[in-house]
Design a protein around this ligand. Structure first.
Ligand code: DX5
Ligand code: ZN
Length: 222
């Protein structure tokens, strides 16, 4: 990331008020948030379920921000076309569920979306060495995926630094996004370490002013 470029903020809808999704989406639309992060779970890859296509299709027309879709599911490649038809900007697939990651990334690009690979906390960034040049973004999980509101895993800071070096050494523009336990404090440390984009759920939606929480993250600088 260019030193003067702003941090990308991607609020996670998982922590929104599901009885008033319209209101929370309007807040995001009118805020400085760059993207909207959508967490889809299957109860197999992660020990939880969230929401799927019926909800995504219903809310999509209301959303004015590009969608950053995080698939915590096995066989995400089955849904490439359906997500592309919904005009999703970024499709995140987990490294841990892929035998043919290169093929999946190619298929996501062919469908017209940006492609990101997500790593669980235990998965080393070095495993991406030979595919990094194909990726628009790497999403580093700083909690074990499946639930909002968990504690930030501090080892992630070292992973961000390592990945930053790998990207810069190759002269790539691949973005680094971090998801889990992000608030203004951990966010500041992540940005210092080299993150470009921050996902935040409970911090933003649990804040007395979600717009202000978004602004605080937007104002973080290296
Ligand atoms: C967790 C999800 C996250 C979640 C983050 O599995 O991938 O996007 O919403 O929530 P917070 O920001 O509360 O840790
Ligand atoms: Zn997520």
């Amino acid at each position: 990331m260019n030193k003067h470029q702003e941090i990308i903020v991607s609020p996670s809808l998982l922590s929104a008020d599901f009885l008033h999704l319209y209101k929370d989406i309007e807040m995001i639309n009118n805020s400085r948030a760059d993207w909207l992060h959508i967490d889809i779970m299957d109860g197999v890859f992660v020990p939880n379920l969230s929401f799927g296509f019926p909800i995504l299709e219903a809310i999509k027309p209301l959303i004015k921000k590009p969608l950053d879709v995080h698939l915590m599911i096995v066989e995400p490649e089955k849904f490439i076309k359906r997500l592309a038809d919904l005009d999703i900007m970024m499709m995140n697939v987990h490294y841990e569920v892929q035998n043919h990651l290169h093929r999946t990334i190619g298929a996501i690009h062919d469908a017209g979306m940006k492609a990101a690979v997500t790593l669980n906390p235990h998965t080393p960034v070095e495993l991406l060495k030979d595919i990094l040049c194909e990726l628009d973004m790497v999403l580093l999980m700083s909690v074990n995926p499946g639930f909002g509101g968990q504690k930030f895993i501090r080892q992630t800071l070292e992973k961000v630094q390592k990945l930053r070096r790998m990207i810069d050494e190759k002269g790539l523009t691949t973005l680094i996004e971090v998801d889990g336990g992000v608030n203004e404090k951990t966010g500041a440390e992540l940005v210092q370490a080299g993150a470009d984009a921050l996902v935040a759920g409970s911090y933003i939606f649990g804040h007395r002013s979600p717009e202000e929480a978004i602004n605080l993250l937007k104002e973080l600088r290296r």
